[in-house]
Each structure stands twice: as structure tokens, then as C-alpha cells.
Write a protein of this length. Structure first.
Lengths: 234, 403
């Protein structure tokens, strides 16, 4: 057993899996590859990797189905590789529970940054524990019991929904959250199509927490998909 | 159409009165030579004319005026409305009844004809509108289909360009990272010599793949534009096949290759390099889509007096019947992205489309049958060639020149 993080790469393109295996290994990761969703799922059960990188379009069991099957049994971080033109599938994958995406063609740096962020998030499980009453992450300090928030040590006043939204963002810091996911989490299942609700609340939140709401650094927009929260950590 | 003065409603009455008066005047002038019967027939004719041109009411008016004139000028004693003889009373009554009846009947016939004409015009109009609507609809449908096809082709092309580009970009950025890491003194990326070579191999192979794809696109474009210039010469089938097999040797190394070429085959007048490309494509496909160690058979024999039939057969998974036509469509792949088991790079979905183009440019035919087992058998024919064909023409461009 090594203590290197283990990454499973699932892609039907042998050349790309070759490159990713070498590229990730050179950064100290332990890598295995699989050529389709089915083989990927088997490798996951066999090896229990710390992170899964998967292509979306693959023969037989595709990336979407792999995400679905993995989410049924595990909370392992999943990064999907997608191409322009696959936006719909990408959003679907994120809705199912994929954590992040990288658009082809990509530089290895970009992929590595996403890998690091996903692994970091997965290694801070205290954020999601129900008994936790204090969230302390980056520039944010939240007392869940008194519902008090400070940003850069400055107290801010939020409406109850703004508070819920920000707490959700903080708890899923670094992860791409689709409009649908956010609406379902904060407003409930009946509101998943009401993107404008979200836009208004995100706009208000930005005014209260960002130093410049026009160029946000905490709540980042992922065009056509949703938002990604960056706590300003390190 | 512009309405003339004669089309006005009152014009019928004016013409009725005027024409009867004029006719009466004329008959009066030649009075000595006409009898009452001639006069009544002439006036009746006038009524019919009015009826056919202006309808029943002007015809009725004409009938009455004609009756009055007949009575006044031609029935004795003339110059009065009195009538001496009883038979002339009967004649006058008969004239009036005949004139009115004939007028009404011919007016009705005219109305019917007009109605029929209007109906016909309406039907023609309706038909034309329907036809236009149908043409518009089928045009829109054709446009939609063509747009759909275009976007499917675009998807296929972008996928085939982006896939090798993704591997190239990932490789090159891995190498760049290492180089930069060394320069900036960042935590070193441990890329050993073997890994570096592997990255560069990937870049090299994927560049070749991009180039093959682009060459395929050029060949396809030439075929579609009918710009496929063949260098036809007399050649031997055996030589064409062995040239293809030599080129395919790296792919078929792990298969058993069986040749079955009929003895004393006549020569063929073809573009040898192009036909060899067809055989190569078929053998390459056979190797790609069948297990290592399985058999690939290549056959060539006469088919009748004028054709040579060549075939390549494998022991792979076969192609379902409903896809056997479609695999010759450009960018269509029966299986997605090559053969996973062998780790071979994906096909471009152009090989069979190009093969078909070449075979058809030689006036041949290419098709797929079930092999002996489950496998695929691709067959194609080539005409033996016109022995009196004279000097062979040579063209500057050849399809496989760019390879």
C-alpha cells in the first residue's frame, strides 16, 4: 500500500489514457486506466481510487452511466472530460453528482488543478458533518447555530435564503454546482427550473460578500452550467 | 381584366333595344324581299345573341321590343299595333313565346357554362396552391434533412480532429511543465526518459493520425466533386493484392492471412495504386475488427466474361444486416472508436467511403455479405477492361499520391 492518491482514468481513447497515466504519475499519483464505463466501474470496485476522471462519450456504458453507478455506491470525486457540443450531457453529469469538468482539449495543468481541488475537498469531510456548528474556510467563518457570518473578519447580514445559499456554497467549495442542484438544495424540488430566482439571490450575495460584485472572486459563474464557489483558501 | 363599357349591367338593355331597332330598320329597307318568317327568325337570332352575351333579363327586353317591332312594322296592317288576321295573332304570340323561351334557355346555358368555368378555375387555383404548399413543405423537409446531415458531419469531423488534438495538447503540456519546473526551480516533475519518449511518441502518432484524417477528407472531397483522376493501366491482380498486403503487414502480423487467387486471371485496366488502396483498407479493417490469431482471407476470381471479383473476409463480429449499406457512408462507423481490445487508434469512418468511391470510379460495385462464420465479407468487382481501349491516358493527380 502506498499513500499516493489513487486516480482512475476512464477513456476509450488509448492515446489519451497513455498520456494521462504518464502525466499524472509524474506528479506522484497512482494511476489505473479503463477503456469504457463498465471496465471503469469494475476497476473502481476492485481498487477503490480516491478520484475518478472519466470521458463522457464511450461505447457501451458511457460516462454518464458510470457517474450514476458510482454515485449510487460512493462519494468519490468525479471529474468529467467533455467536448464543446456536449454541454447538455455535461450538465446532466454534474446534476447526477460529478464534481467538476474539463473541456477537451485541455492542458495538463488545468486537469491537475482540478484534481488537486477535488482531492482537497474530499479530504475535508468535517464541512459536511451534521454535528458541525462552525464552518471555517478561507475568508469565511460561519456559526450555523447563531446564523452569523463573517467574511474577511467583517460581519455581514444576510436574509435567511441568502444565508442558506452561502452555506451550501461553502459546504461545496470548489465544486461546480449546476443551477438545478442549487435550486433544489436551497429552494426545494419545485423550483429547479427557476434560474432567475438564483440569479437574483447570487447577485445580492455578491453585493454583500464580494469587494467588487462586478468581478466576483468567491462566487464564480460557469456559463450555461451554474456556479463554483472559491472560499479564498490558500 | 379591365371591364369594358359593354360589361355594364345596363349595356345589355341598351344593346337589346338598339340592335332590334337597327335590325328592324334594315329589314324595312329590304322589306320587299323578306316575308314574316324571315323577319321573325332574324329577330329571334338577335334575341339569342343578347341572351348569350348579357343573360336573361336583357334577352327578355329584346324579346318584347322585337315582338312590338314585328307587330308594328311587319304584321299587316303595318304602321299600327293592330293585327287584322287571327293567324297573325297566333304568329305574334308564337314569336313572343319562342323568343322568351329561347332567350331564357340560352341565358341559363350561358350561366351554367360560366359557373362551370368558375368552378374549374377554383379547382385549378386550389390545385396550384396545394402543389405550392407541398413543394414548400418538401423543400423545407429537404433543407431540414440537409441541415441535420451537415451537423452530424460536423460533429463527426470535430470529434476526429479534437480527439488527437486532446492527446497532443495533454502530452505537450506535460513536457512543458517538466521543462518549466526545472527552470523555475519549482517542485520537480519526475518524468523519466521513458516517459518523455512516450509523450513524444503520442505527439508523433497523433499528428500522423490528424494528417491521415485530413488526407482522407481531401480524397473524399475529390470523389464527391467527381474529380477523381484515375491512372488506368493494364495490371495484374496478384500484384495489386501483394502491394496492399505489404503495406498492411504491420497490421496483419498477428493474423493468419490466406490468399485464394484464381489461376490465369486476365489483366485489369485500372489505377493500380487506387485499387491497392481499396484492398489495403479492407484488410486493415479486417485486422482491426477481428481477434488476433484469426484468419483473414483474400480472394480474386472471374465473375462472368467481363468482371473480376475480389473479396476480403474476416472472422470478426460481423456487421449487422441493417448497417451493411451505411458503413459505406462517410464518417459512419459500425462500432465507435476502433477496437478497444487491441487498443488500435480509432478509424476515421472514411476508409470504406473512399473505397466505394474508387471502385465506382472504375465502374465497379462494392458490397458486404456474411462471412463463413459470423465474420464480414466485403466484395467488389472491377471490369476487366476494354482490350481495344488504345493508349492509356495519364492524369496528373492520383488519389493515393498524397499518402
Amino acid at each position: 500500500m502506498t499513500n499516493q492518491p489513487r486516480i482512475l482514468v476512464v477513456d476509450d481513447e488509448p492515446q489519451l489514457t497513455r498520456v494521462l497515466r504518464t502525466g499524472l504519475k509524474s506528479r506522484g499519483y497512482d494511476v489505473r486506466t479503463a477503456a469504457d464505463g463498465l471496465a471503469g466501474f469494475e476497476a473502481f470496485n476492485d481498487w477503490h481510487p480516491d478520484l475518478v476522471i472519466t470521458d463522457l462519450a464511450m461505447p457501451s456504458v458511457d460516462g454518464l452511466e458510470l457517474c450514476r453507478r458510482l454515485r449510487a455506491i460512493s462519494q468519490v470525486p468525479i471529474i468529467v472530460l467533455s467536448a464543446k457540443g456536449e454541454e447538455k450531457t455535461k450538465v446532466e453529469a454534474l446534476d447526477i453528482g460529478a464534481d467538476d469538468f474539463v473541456t477537451k482539449p485541455f492542458g495538463i495543468d488545468e486537469l491537475l488543478a482540478r484534481v488537486r481541488a477535488s482531492l482537497r475537498r474530499a479530504n475535508t469531510p468535517h464541512l459536511n458533518e451534521a454535528t458541525q456548528t462552525i464552518l471555517d474556510l478561507g475568508d469565511f467563518h460561519v456559526d450555523l447555530e447563531s446564523r452569523a457570518i463573517t467574511v474577511r473578519d467583517k460581519p455581514i447580514h444576510l436574509t435567511p435564503k441568502e444565508f442558506d445559499l452561502l452555506v451550501y456554497f461553502i459546504k461545496h467549495s470548489g465544486k461546480v454546482l449546476t443551477h438545478r442542484t442549487l435550486l433544489a438544495a436551497v429552494w426545494g424540488g419545485n423550483y429547479v427550473e427557476q434560474n432567475e430566482y438564483l440569479r437574483v439571490f447570487v447577485g445580492n450575495l455578491r453585493k454583500k460578500i464580494e469587494s467588487d460584485a462586478a468581478t466576483p472572486r468567491y462566487i464564480l459563474t460557469e456559463p450555461w452550467i451554474g456556479y463554483r464557489f472559491d472560499s479564498g483558501e490558500r | 381584366m379591365r371591364r369594358s363599357l359593354l360589361d355594364h349591367k345596363w349595356a345589355g338593355y341598351v344593346v337589346a333595344v338598339l340592335s332590334v331597332s337597327a335590325l328592324t330598320l334594315l329589314l324595312n329597307v329590304v322589306g320587299a324581299h323578306v316575308n314574316a318568317a324571315t323577319v321573325s327568325l332574324a329577330l329571334l337570332l338577335n334575341v339569342l345573341f343578347i341572351a348569350t352575351r348579357w343573360g336573361s333579363l336583357p334577352a327578355l327586353a329584346a324579346s318584347i321590343v322585337a315582338m312590338l317591332c314585328f307587330n308594328f312594322f311587319f304584321l299587316p296592317p303595318s304602321g299600327t299595333f293592330n293585327i287584322a288576321a287571327t293567324d297573325n295573332w297566333i304568329a305574334l304570340l308564337a314569336f313572343l313565346v319562342t323568343a322568351v323561351m329561347a332567350g331564357q334557355l340560352s341565358a341559363r346555358a350561358r350561366r351554367r357554362a360560366e359557373e362551370a368555368e368558375t368552378g374549374k378555375r377554383e379547382i385549378e387555383h386550389l390545385y396550384a396552391e396545394l402543389r405550392d404548399a407541398f413543394e414548400r413543405a418538401s423543400h423545407a423537409e429537404a433543407l431540414r434533412q440537409s441541415e441535420k446531415l451537415k451537423s452530424a458531419l460536423l460533429d463527426a469531423v470535430t470529434h476526429d480532429l479534437r480527439t488527437p488534438l486532446t492527446s497532443i495538447k495533454a502530452s505537450i503540456t506535460t513536457l512543458l511543465d517538466e521543462a518549466r519546473g526545472r527552470i523555475n526551480g519549482e517542485p520537480p516533475v519526475s518524468l523519466d526518459a521513458e516517459a518523455r519518449v512516450e509523450m513524444m511518441e503520442v505527439i508523433n502518432e497523433e499528428s500522423d493520425r490528424l494528417n491521415r484524417f485530413i488526407n482522407g477528407l481531401i480524397d473524399l472531397a475529390r470523389i464527391e466533386a467527381g474529380d477523381l483522376h484515375l491512372r488506368r493501366r493494364w495490371g495484374a491482380v496478384e500484384e495489386i493484392i501483394s502491394a496492399a498486403l505489404l503495406r498492411a503487414a504491420p497490421m496483419t502480423r498477428q493474423h493468419r492471412v490466406e490468399l485464394d487467387i484464381e489461376k490465369e486471371l486476365p489483366g485489369v485496366r485500372v489505377d493500380e495504386r487506387a485499387v491497392s488502396e481499396v484492398v489495403y483498407t479492407l484488410v486493415d479493417n479486417a485486422a482491426k475488427y477481428s481477434e488476433k490469431g484469426s484468419m483473414i482471407s483474400i480472394t480474386a476470381r472471374r465473375a462472368g466474361d467481363e468482371l473480376i471479383q475480389m473479396g476480403v473476409e474476416d472472422e470478426g463480429q460481423g456487421i449487422p444486416g441493417d448497417l451493411r449499406e451505411r458503413v459505406f457512408d462517410k464518417f459512419f462507423r459500425a462500432t465507435r472508436d476502433g477496437d478497444i481490445r487491441t487498443g488500435e487508434p480509432a478509424g476515421t469512418g472514411m476508409g470504406l467511403a473512399i473505397a466505394k468511391g474508387i471502385v465506382e470510379a472504375h465502374e465497379g460495385r462494392i458490397w458486404i455479405e456474411s462471412g463463413r462464420g459470423k465474420g464480414t465479407r466485403v466484395l467488389f468487382t472491377l471490369p476487366i477492361g476494354d482490350k481495344d481501349g488504345g493508349e492509356e491516358l495519364e492524369y496528373s493527380a492520383s488519389i493515393v499520391e498524397s499518402r
